[in-house]
Design a protein around this ligand. Structure first.
Ligand code: FE2
Length: 272
């Protein structure tokens, strides 16, 4: 748990930066985090109309996994989950806080848009934080995952975009193969223009970043194909890891993600 301190200008002059101090306790609860983001946006819109946006230190935090480390066994192993979440994801969070220290507050989603222009500190670490937070949220134990299913809307869009669910999975797996995403990267199922698209991105890029894909798209499913995501269990057998991934996909959540991006014409928020 951390404290975030936000200083908000109360007057429309630069000299007035001796101001209101708002302390908010963030308990890694998504609901509270969403409230915090809404407040930031609200403050941002108010203050921007006068002189400046709020400044935030340690704006981003490592969210808890929404399930135990061992929940995705045997498809994604416990040691991998511990290292992946506690070390790799945590490092992205620490580094994006360094990269954005003293800069205007911005939601993690909004941070993605101009990440390429912002430079490698924001691009790699802001992307790493968003991507991993998104990734954890779309998975669940195999037992629970087997009871989820794509909504009728999602199923019809998959059929429209790829032919069938089986065709989609085959194309997604082909994009996740080492020959398609060489080295480290991600594969996404993203929505744009009343269609779904499969997008491969290098490093910690994602389709929300302007300039990464042909246009900004909204992810509804993502797969981490960095070696740190699978090497302890699968070594060099990335295709085996990709095939196993389907066993832990929460299709109810993916369907919710689709509903969100359609209804809001915006990216799915993540715990940040
Ligand atoms: Fe990762």
């Amino acid at each position: 748990m951390k404290l975030s301190i936000i200083y908000v200008s109360s007057l429309a002059t630069t000299e007035a930066w001796s101001h209101t101090c708002l302390k908010m306790v963030n308990d890694n609860n998504v609901k509270n985090q969403n409230k915090r983001r809404d407040m930031l946006r609200s403050f941002g819109s108010v203050v921007l109309t006068s002189i400046a946006a709020p400044i935030v230190s340690n704006a981003y935090q490592l969210p808890d996994l929404p399930y135990p480390y061992e929940a995705l066994e045997p498809y994604i192993d416990t040691p991998t989950m511990k290292l992946h979440h506690d070390k790799h994801h945590a490092t992205y969070v620490a580094n994006i806080n360094k990269a954005t220290e003293g800069k205007p507050a911005m939601s993690l989603v909004d941070l993605q848009t101009n990440a390429l222009e912002a430079g490698p500190g924001v691009r790699n670490n802001g992307g790493g934080h968003y991507n991993h937070a998104f990734f954890w949220s779309e998975m669940t134990s195999a037992d629970k995952a087997s009871k989820t299913k794509a909504s009728s809307k999602l199923s019809s869009l998959i059929d429209k975009s790829f032919g069938s669910m089986d065709d989609f999975k085959a194309k997604f797996q082909a994009q996740a193969a080492p020959g398609a995403v060489f080295g480290s990267g991600w594969v996404w199922l993203a929505y744009k223009g009343d269609k779904l698209h499969i997008v491969g991105t290098p490093n910690q890029d994602n389709p929300l970043m302007k300039g990464v894909a042909s246009e900004i798209m909204y992810p509804i499913l993502g797969l981490d194909v960095w070696e740190h995501a699978y090497y302890l269990k699968y070594q060099n057998r990335r295709p085996e890891y990709v095939s196993a991934f389907w066993n832990v996909v929460n299709w109810d959540k993916v369907s919710e993600n689709l509903d969100y991006v359609i209804q809001n014409n915006a990216a799915v928020p993540v715990p940040e």
